[in-house]
Write a protein that binds this ligand. Structure first.
Ligand code: ZN
Length: 675
């Protein structure tokens, strides 16, 4: 999906207006983004700017929806592997009750394991899906169980599962030629082969115009007679995960009176009914109601949603995200959309490829208030739902970017030494500190609201004409449209950019990333494959190749054996972006496959092995954890003597270990074994 950068417009406004508030959200400069770092994981905090400005009704709604979110944590943990809950609970018991010496290497190794189990919601890496094992010895672990008053029958069966890397080695198996279900540790099937599951789904597939998503909310098992049957996730009638889903329902019921609109009330009502009954027709009604609820400021996702955890891509992993609209950022995208025609008319593309009537796209920017289930601690920064194609077609979808999370990523990255290592000089680093976040947001907005919506294809041409190079060229077109306009004084007039200098930070970052630093994400010896990465390389390498031979606007220079990007003439660079925009627009508008292929092959695929090796080694020395996740803020109801809710406060001080221990204590009702 899309890669977004950071966000600070709203943050800047906040510093000015929130000073007198009692429960203030600190400004970006004062906020302790980094919480913890271990193994390959960095734990961050995120701010929830503007929470204090919500009405009491909205805050209370956020509160109860957050409670409904946190009650789903154990469901996801159990979906990931049937032994996860037991293993997590045993480790938590050791963490809290171990009577032995804690000043040892073995203890530290054990704590590392538990922290990783929390992060992954289980014993498999959240990203690679490979099982990880503790670095402490099995003997130490057994002794620790005894010294924590655990009974042998509680842990004996689990020791091999914890310590033997060959048992349940993969959460999701995607290898060719083996039974995907029997070789996956995920808990979506039990005792059912791939062939049996596929036969079941084929026989039960709903082929109507508005189909039920058969299998979305169930586990496939065999009954006593050996027939494949569904165990539905639901709160009533002995459903799977019933105890946790009842708690979700309870809190949705408490949220209901605080719904902002009738549309939102319907969303919550349908979700309550669906959680109770597991009825997929009700789910469809819920999903449609959710897409139609556009006026509420507070919004949320809660339930079995994304299907990446199921090797067959049918059953949803439980997740929740509660959020509210970021008004300042949404205002910004509205302004751009309202002026879309001006940008279209002034672009350097051939008039034949311009739209006579151009409507910008309004992107919605949201602020996350709580992350849970499959969105926690690791989380997406953009969301596009629902997943059912027929609902998207007939009723639309919601696509949002989560600005306060990108803010946290970017602010945390400022201190990690990356810019200091890769940027040419202090001047570029300073420029980035002041403007990179803001211009990163504006770049995303220009790319999404104007770039993709600009231009037109000649009659008879479709996007398919460019075949496998279509996405790379389309992304390049949107990026170039943004880059071409970023220095334009029009953006200062519209109040989008603060001054005529800010764009330089984004120009430097885009060129450095496209030509050099994005290579750290590619394994040595491989080519660039992903469309967004190819697009950035295409732009940067084309511009470098077409710079003036004697007085280059932009160049790669070598200093003390290291390569750096140098920009000598920012206005000249803008002109080069404009030239390339005209070329790329023509390729797309005319569906010129040969030219698209040429551009991609010349500039966007191959990597110079010397430069690649250098980038990888410089990056490695920075010791930056490749994966990040979050702790949530803590919301508390404030009540008067009569028990009326008078406020909801937000607190950011909870740490990573504290938070997980508290969630395990307060939001954990599922039995060890769920059948
Ligand atoms: Zn795009």
């Amino acid at each position: 999906m899309k890669k977004h950068f950071l966000a600070v417009l709203a943050a800047l406004a906040l510093i000015a207006c929130n000073k007198e508030d009692k429960h203030t959200t600190p400004s970006t400069a004062d906020f302790p983004y980094m919480v913890d770092q271990f193994y390959d994981l960095g734990i961050l905090r995120y701010r929830v700017p503007d929470f204090e400005d919500l009405s009491l009704q909205q805050k209370t709604l956020v509160y109860y929806l957050s409670e409904a979110a946190l009650w789903g944590r154990d469901i996801l943990t159990d979906q990931n592997c049937r032994y996860n809950l037991r293993i997590r609970r045993i480790c938590e018991t050791i963490y809290e009750h171990y009577a032995g010496d804690k000043q040892t290497d073995e203890w530290d190794k054990f704590v590392l394991y538990l922290k990783r189990v929390w992060f992954s919601n289980g014993i498999h890496h959240h990203y690679s899906a490979d099982k990880f094992v503790p670095e402490c010895s099995r003997e130490w672990f057994v002794d620790a169980c005894r010294q924590s008053n655990l009974k042998e029958e509680d842990y004996a069966e689990l020791l091999d599962i914890i310590f033997d890397p060959t048992i349940l080695p993969k959460k999701i198996c995607q290898d060719d030629g083996v039974d995907l279900l029997l070789n996956s540790a995920g808990n979506y099937y039990e005792g059912v082969t791939q062939r049996e599951a596929e036969a079941y789904y084929a026989a039960h597939k709903d082929t109507s115009a508005e189909p039920l998503w058969i299998g979305l909310n169930s586990k496939l098992i065999k009954d006593a007679d050996g027939n494949v049957v569904e165990r539905t996730y639901k709160a009533e009638d002995g459903g799977l995960y019933a105890t946790a889903l009842k708690k979700v329902v309870e809190n949705l019921e408490k949220a209901l009176p605080y719904a902002e609109t009738d549309e939102q009330k319907l969303v919550i009502e349908k979700l309550i009914e669906y959680n109770r009954t597991g009825n997929l027709q009700t789910y469809n009604e819920y999903a449609i109601a959710w897409v139609r609820d556009l006026q509420s400021r507070v919004d949320f996702i809660n339930g079995f949603t994304e299907v990446y955890g199921d090797p067959l891509g049918i059953t949803g992993a439980w997740e929740s995200l509660v959020n509210f609209k970021n008004l300042a950022a949404t205002e910004r995208t509205n302004t751009l959309s309202a002026n879309a025609q001006w940008f279209e008319d002034h672009s350097p593309t051939d008039p034949r490829y311009k739209k006579a009537e151009c409507k910008g796209i309004t992107a919605k920017v949201i602020t996350a208030a709580i992350l849970a289930g499959d969105c926690y601690p690791s989380t997406p920064i953009g969301i596009n739902l629902p997943n059912a194609n027929w609902i998207r077609k007939s009723y639309g979808s919601k696509s949002v970017t989560i600005q306060n999370l990108t803010e946290a990523y970017n602010e945390a990255a400022l201190g990690n030494g990356f810019n200091e290592e890769f940027m040419l000089s202090d001047a570029e680093c300073e420029q980035a500190k002041t403007y990179a976040a803001l211009t990163g947001d504006v770049h995303v907005d220009l790319h999404e609201c104007l770039g993709h919506g600009s231009g037109q294809l000649l009659p008879g041409i479709t996007k398919d004409n460019l075949k496998e190079h279509g996405s790379t060229l389309e992304e390049a077109r949107a990026d170039l449209f943004s880059l071409y306009y970023m220095p334009d004084h029009k953006l200062v007039e519209l109040g989008i950019m603060p001054d005529d200098e800010a764009f330089k930070a984004q120009y430097y970052q885009q060129m450095m990333n496209g030509a050099l630093t994005q290579l750290v994400r590619v394994e040595f010896g491989k080519n660039l494959e992903e469309a967004h990465m190819r697009n950035r390389a295409l732009i940067a390498n084309w511009v470098l190749a077409h710079a003036h031979p004697e007085k280059p606007e932009v160049a790669i220079i070598e200093r003390d054996g290291k390569h750096y990007l140098q920009i000598n003439d920012y206005e000249g660079l803008r002109a080069l972006y404009g030239q390339l925009l005209a070329i790329v627009q023509e390729v797309v508008s005319t569906g010129d496959y040969a030219q698209a292929k040429q551009l991609v092959e010349d500039y966007a695929v191959r990597i110079d092995p010397t430069i690649h090796a250098e980038m990888l080694s410089r990056y490695k020395q920075l010791n930056i954890t490749p994966y990040k996740g979050f702790v949530n803020p803590v919301y508390t109801l404030v009540k008067d003597k009569k028990g009326n809710i008078t406020d909801v406060t937000i607190d950011y001080s909870e740490g990573y270990v504290e938070q997980h221990l508290r969630y395990s204590l307060d939001y954990s009702v599922l039995p060890d074994i769920n059948e």
